[in-house]
Design a protein around this ligand. Structure first.
Ligand code: DX5
Ligand code: ZN
Length: 234
């Protein structure tokens, strides 16, 4: 099974929480991954920033490869970098299962999405907080994942922007039931239920997990909200 197929097999009735490790303890990545694995998460969301596309630097290919050596969990790699097409292959070789880049970073997303799929990863397109779904409508049918940013990309720990909710609903209408709809930024116990009700099925959560000592309890509290929201909307 390709990494793409395995990632796509996460689709089911229950949305998944994917922890963003941006603010975890980088002196102990193996320990952090073990804590997240015991919390029962379905994958890890890795935020790659280049200090150009966004005003922050995080980490790159060797760190993604390091995570891949620590876990069997799928790695959901979120590229907040310019010219992502230059690095797709290296991120795939580092172990990415899904690779998502920003529409704002490329002139033509279609060949980039195709390249990601050809390599064997799930292909994702992201819109930053200032962009609308209209900017990516033309890639419907060519991607596996749509990432709606609910903060301006660049930093963890920001407040959720409710405008993302309408974008999620709109993206579901345009991209249909089979695409993964991911929301990223400011997702916490207060905001996660609205995201689920707006049809997000991959919920990226950073500080609302890594700010807690007990990752298991944090994930479990969030999952309770997800389950309750799922019942309300069905
Ligand atoms: C922001 C990143 C997010 C972020 C999530 O640019 O893409 O993944 O770190 O962190 P919280 O949940 O703290 O907003
Ligand atoms: Zn992210």
């Amino acid at each position: 099974m390709s990494r793409r197929e395995r990632f796509l097999s996460l689709r089911g009735s229950h949305p998944h929480i994917l922890p963003s490790i941006l603010r975890c303890d980088f002196s102990d990545l193996r320990g952090e991954v073990a804590k997240l694995e015991s919390a029962g998460v379905a994958g890890l969301h890795l935020d790659v920033m280049d200090g150009q596309r966004v005003p922050n630097l995080s980490f790159g290919i060797p760190v993604v490869a390091g995570f891949n050596r620590c876990t069997e969990l799928p790695l959901d790699v979120h590229l907040m970098i310019n010219t992502p097409e230059k690095y797709i292959e290296q991120f795939y070789e580092a172990g990415a299962s899904a690779i998502t880049f920003h529409i704002e970073a490329v002139a033509d997303p279609l060949p980039v999405l195709e390249k990601i799929r050809d390599l064997g990863a799930a292909a994702g397109i992201a819109i930053d907080a200032q962009s609308d779904v209209a900017a990516i409508e033309h890639v419907a049918g060519h991607c596996d994942l749509v990432l709606v940013m609910s903060v301006q990309a660049g930093f963890g720990g920001q407040s959720f922007q409710p405008a993302a909710l309408d974008k999620l609903v709109h993206a579901r209408e345009i991209f249909g039931p089979d695409v993964f709809l991911e929301v990223d930024g400011g997702v916490n116990k207060e905001t996660i239920a609205d995201c689920v009700r707006s049809s997000a099925d991959l919920l990226v959560v950073g500080s609302a997990i890594t700010n807690h000592d007990d990752y298991g309890a944090a994930v479990s509290d969030l999952n309770d909200q997800v389950t309750a929201a799922g019942h309300q909307s069905s």
